[in-house]
Ligand binder design. Structure first.
Ligand SMILES: [Zn+2]
Length: 351
């Protein structure tokens, strides 16, 4: 199933603006909505020589062929080296080089655009540059890109993609027309996940906050080990043994390091993100509102929420932001978790 089907209205709007397309667009929204895939499809659509009626690239013309092979002369993709390697490699070798691969788009990559932008297009058509993710630029790189955005070369379109548009330089944002990408309808998202063969689609979709590509990634990446281990502890509420919980989770986190950690981010950070979502849902349930993330476990959320101290919960939820911030490199993961679970257990001992 094509990502366009998830965002069909947006796609139609983009197509309607084709003839008077601004020089730079900024696709922004939550992680896992398919913004990058959508921007790529739109780039393909702009470059295609015989697009279909709805604007989709035909897939058969020479331009589509070059793009598919990664050598279209009028297309550039700026992304961190590490991302490019992850895309190509997917586990095969690559390990040695990925140690050095940059997590950032480098200033050299932006400078290399100069030549590209100042020779004529090969197909007398358009040039397209996709920048993904746009927040992966430091200030000097962003400023170099800004110069290019300020002096638009004719027929050139920049498609920036960002999960965290608020972190971009305001001057970059103001040069781009915003393309906010919304959470698709649950119906469309579930169809997408079913087509992708994801089991438990509904559960993953709510855990992913409605973002279908993130749900797919979570559902197929074994994230449930981390989530289930956390749930096994936090659902105990008043009968939680904080030190035992910390020991159990510490084991899971350590096992998650290594290969999976490299691929999906530091496990402690991911664990703390889930913990934060759990606390958020407890707060919702406590306020009599529907839970957002742990929808499949709503009954347990509500049961636990009933016996926790609401004020303490509010304070601890705030504190969980700090846990999350410090979770990438805790000095001692066991102590870090003990601190967290002691704080959590205290929510239930205030009668
Ligand atoms: Zn084509």
């Amino acid at each position: 199933m094509n990502v366009i089907e998830l965002h069909y209205n947006l796609w139609s709007q983009l197509q309607a603006r084709r003839e008077r397309l601004p020089h730079a667009l900024l696709f922004s929204g939550l992680r896992g909505l398919g913004k990058f895939a959508l921007a790529r499809q739109f780039a393909a659509s702009l470059l295609c020589e015989t697009p279909l009626a709805d604007g989709t690239a035909c897939g058969n013309c020479p331009a589509c062929g070059w793009l598919a092979q990664g050598n279209h002369p009028d297309f550039r993709l700026l992304q961190p080296e590490a991302l490019a390697e992850a895309e190509e490699g997917e586990g095969e070798q690559g390990k040695e080089s990925s140690k050095k691969a940059s997590q950032q788009i480098t200033i050299d990559q932006v400078r290399a655009l100069d030549d590209f932008l100042h020779v004529g297009t090969h197909r007398q058509g358009l040039r397209v540059v996709v920048v993904h993710p746009a927040e992966a630029m430091n200030r000097s790189t962003a400023n170099a890109l800004l110069k290019t955005l300020e002096e638009p070369a004719a027929g050139t379109h920049f498609l920036l993609v960002s999960n965290e548009a608020e972190r971009l330089l305001p001057t970059i944002r103001s040069r781009c027309q915003a393309v906010p990408v919304a959470v698709p309808s649950a119906e469309a998202a579930e169809r997408w996940l079913a087509a992708a063969g994801v089991m438990d689609a509904r559960r993953w979709l709510s855990l992913a906050g409605g973002a279908p590509l993130l749900a797919e990634e979570l559902g197929s990446s074994g994230e449930s080990q981390l989530i289930d281990a956390l749930l096994a502890q936090v659902t105990r509420g008043a009968s939680l043994d904080a030190l035992a919980a910390a020991a159990a989770l510490d084991k899971v986190v350590k096992a998650e390091k290594g290969e999976r950690g490299a691929q999906h981010g530091p496990p402690m950070k991911r664990l703390m993100e889930w913990a934060q979502k759990w606390l958020f849902d407890l707060g919702m349930a406590r306020a009599g509102l529907p839970v957002r993330y742990f929808v499949s476990e709503a009954a347990q959320v509500e049961r636990v929420a009933r016996c926790c101290d609401p004020r303490g919960l509010l304070a601890f939820s705030r504190k969980s932001l700090q846990y999350r911030r410090h979770s990438e490199h805790p000095l001692n993961s066991r102590l870090f978790l003990e601190d967290f679970f002691l704080g959590y257990a205290a929510l239930f001992n205030r009668r």
